[in-house]
Design a protein. Structure first.
Length: 501
């Protein structure tokens, strides 16, 4: 027995000495690799233990935090596991705020909680920090409808529109405007008549908050807007900001005739008005304007009527970024803070009222065009061509769209770097499943399907024909996707999504 104890003692001592002989880097790698192996085996609790050990050895290695966060998320969608994952992602962000995968991970955690607004906000922050990372941009485009989008659509579906029976047209027009500078735009509706007026809406805490206005102007991104109106020589200018879903008054101006039934005029024939700012009378129109400009710089502002003109053919206001009812629904659905999809936009070009989208345009925050993509259609309504243009209107790309006898596209287009397009070549099996996509000379995807037509695997190759990534998908008996796993070029698992129903 004593001999056995001696052997165990020397074995333990040898293990301790051997462990001490390893460098911190080697010990970190050992625990990290162990955690990776546990992840592959779906043993998330042991993976968390291994990654925790790696972090204790070297707390500045970002990959251990990212993988432990993934293990927390995959271990169960409880509030505690998501909170722990977010804490790890935050630590990774503190170590390096330029890595796209950190922002993507945080967005995943928020999405698992159903907090799509927060997910979109962190993605937009990541897009800025990473200099426009394409994987983040793609995620923004794919992001499910945020709470504000669903709320705006519900609100729009419940409004009473303005129909002119004499003209036979709806007069209401719509805009998405960026007043307070966050990732959620404000919704502006002009109902087309002075009686119906206008309304500005914002989104807060799951609800749409509205404010009736007569005539809107705003300073983009500065959280300032002004409602101006009045008639019969009694007028007002009210200035607001938006705070926590409330419209906060920052200044109130009133001016007009003391007695509009007995208006007095100066020597030049102009009506003599009294001016008040925040309820206190001021000496002149000039002092009134100075007080207003201290709160609201009129030179920086833009008004609704600056952005529209009346089209006698359409019998309504038109303009860039001004939508009809169907167009605003599409604009809300397709909105991202960095890119705007132009759907049924109201324009003097009546062709743009077609159901098919004719143009996608990217704008700067100042409203200047960065680039655009235009779509051409055949007589039977099939997409026939796609052309890209830069800010000067010069064409930067063109793709002819072709189809096989069954209507499957053989050539299509893809976008990259916002505004550039490339040629996509497609191939199909006898069941009509797309089995190959070739993206110019850059990459190609091959797809595999089960007997039910569900895509069960894809493989991506780079322009030189080398394997760069792959993924597998698993479905339940009803054909609903349960699991998606993506692998790197060396077969290492780099991502997993589990769906529970």
């Amino acid at each position: 027995m004593k001999n056995v104890q001696k052997i165990l003692f020397f074995l333990l001592l040898s293990f301790i000495l051997l462990s001490c002989s390893k460098s911190a880097e080697e010990r970190w790698q050992e625990q990290y690799d162990l955690g990776q192996q546990y992840l592959l085996e779906e043993n998330y609790e042991e993976a968390i233990v291994a990654f925790t050990a790696a972090i204790e050895i070297e707390p500045n290695q970002i990959d251990a935090y990212l993988n432990r966060a993934e293990a927390y998320l995959l271990s169960g969608e409880s509030e505690e596991s998501i909170a722990l994952a977010l804490a790890d992602y935050q630590q990774a962000l503190n170590l390096d705020d330029t890595l796209a995968k950190v922002y993507l991970g945080i967005a995943d955690a928020y999405s698992w909680q159903g907090e799509y607004d927060a997910a979109l906000e962190i993605l937009n922050e990541g897009l800025d920090k990473t200099g426009g990372d394409l994987s983040i941009a793609a995620r923004i485009e794919e992001n499910p409808l945020s709470g504000w989008q669903e709320a705006y659509i519900t609100y729009l579906e419940g409004i009473e529109r303005t129909y002119d029976e004499y003209l036979g047209v709806y007069l209401d027009v719509y805009m998405l405007v960026n007043i307070n500078g966050d990732s959620v735009p404000e919704l502006f509706i002009n109902f087309g008549t002075g009686v119906a007026g206008s309304v500005i809406c914002t989104y807060f805490d799951g609800s749409v908050i509205e404010q009736a206005v007569s005539s809107l102007s705003f300073i983009e991104g500065k959280n300032l807007f002004m409602d101006s109106g009045g008639r019969m020589d009694v007028y007002y200018d009210d200035i607001y900001c938006i705070e926590n879903g409330a419209f906060i008054s920052l200044g109130e101006g009133d001016y007009g005739a003391e007695d509009n039934a007995n208006i007095q005029y100066d020597s030049d024939g102009n009506p003599i008005y009294d001016y008040y700012w925040n309820g206190i009378q001021v000496s002149s129109a000039e002092e009134y304007q100075n007080l207003l400009n201290e709160v609201y710089d009129l030179e920086q502002s833009v008004s609704f009527y600056d952005m529209v003109e009346y089209d006698s053919d359409l019998r309504r206001n038109i303009g860039e970024n001004v939508y009809d009812y169907e167009g605003i629904l599409e604009a809300v659905n397709n909105y991202s803070a960095n890119r705007e999809i132009a759907g049924n936009r109201v324009s003097s070009d009546s062709a743009e009222l077609l159901e098919n989208r004719l143009r996608t345009t990217e704008y700067t925050s100042a409203g200047e065009v960065l680039n655009s993509i235009e779509f051409g259609y055949s007589a039977d309504g099939m997409l026939a061509s796609v052309a890209a243009y830069d800010s000067s209107g010069s064409q930067t790309g063109y793709v002819d769209i072709t189809y096989d006898e069954f209507g499957n596209p053989l050539t299509w287009y893809y976008t990259y770097e916002f505004g550039n397009i490339g040629r996509l070549e497609c191939k199909y099996d006898t069941d009509g499943n797309r089995i190959k996509e070739k993206y110019g000379a850059d990459s190609a995807y091959w797809y595999q399907y089960d007997s039910q037509g569900n895509q069960i695997r894809w493989v991506r190759y780079d322009g030189n024909g080398n394997l760069s990534a792959s993924a597998t998908r698993k479905y339940n008996a009803q054909g609903i996707l349960e699991r998606n796993e993506e692998y790197g070029s060396d077969g290492t698992l780099i991502g997993r999504v589990l769906n529970e129903y």
